[in-house]
Design a protein. Sequence first.
Length: 425
Amino acid sequence: MLLSETTTMKGTVTVGAPSASTCCADSVDARVETLRLAAQETVIPVARRIAEALEAPLGAPAVISETATIVSDLVSKETVRHVLTAYENPVPAVRVASSEELLRMPAPEGAGEVLVGGQLLRGETLGIYGPPGVGKTFLLMQAGLAIAYGVPFLGSGLVPSKPHRCLYLTGEGRQEAHRDRLAAMRPAFESHPEAQPGGAERYMVLGNGGTVPLRIDVPGHAALLKAHIEEHGVEVLLLDTFRTLHTANENDSSEMEAVWCALRRLLDETGCAAILTHHTKKGAGRNRREAARGGSFQENVASAFLVEQAGSGGGVDRLTLHQTKARNCPELRPFTVIRDPASLCFGTDGHGITGDAANGKRPALADALRAAGGSALVKDLAATGLASDKTIKKWAEDEPDRYELSRDGAGARSAWRISLRAAGT
């Protein structure tokens, strides 16, 4: 195009065709607007329909591929991938707060301990992992029943803060097996001296306790599970086993991150906590922390226990539990539990969940006090890794006939001391 000169009061300027940079800017703006409209009005709606039809998460390779094929005249496959990733991971609303503001903030709704001492908080996950057939399902069921009835779990510092409503779901196994195990285990909790009324109603199962084809990383499935949680007031999810309840490849870190994001979103939106079982990988070696299958497990649980076979005798199973993760509390020392063949429940002395007359409900505490000469400060016992100060003090309060709890000094702030009474020595 020909250019011409125009004289103005400020001098001579050249007019004519738009500059190359102006043309480029207009083109970019038009393309950006096309992408925005395609993302909002085409990519996301199409991907949702495909995900629903395939029963897969939005980020699944098949959903991305099929969506890209349909909208190929608008955007590329890479753009589809980025649009869906951005949609599932929106920019969070955050702000900076001073320490004074933080201390004045009320606790979030639903916040609190499920297991005292910080072993499990609402919104977080506790993992029980070990090789196939070691007894993880029995431990998970026992944990659920203990939490539902408000009684200690394994006598090892895993004590419910109060009874909570639990929902068990599994991606493997038959309902008959769960029913038979429950029939053997529940009477021990019904007759426990600390059991709270209503425990049978607080322990619930999805799909009658048999295999449930729910996948928490599939949006439609997660929405259905959320509806059940809200309808029945569920506070703790029992997931058995984790690998059967999602669609991802456990060796693909990006796919597993989407699964953990889906679980965190579910827990955040419902205020639940979760306890799940998980397998160890083949050839795990001696590093217990790295023994869980998939590298994302330890990163995403707040507490974790590795379960190992400790030999057997007289037909009674013996397991050793090693705590390999404790985000909110001191790690417990390794401890061995023995399964009572009648109740199928594990205990620290082979007498199920109630303990025996010689050692009471907390044999580990009784043994620790005997080793200390019959008396010790609560803080010193906690320093050995037995349990938290709060938990040890609660143990003593629960058995006043066995333990004497007193201040080690005249002041109101003096340390607490526990002593074995004569009958308990």
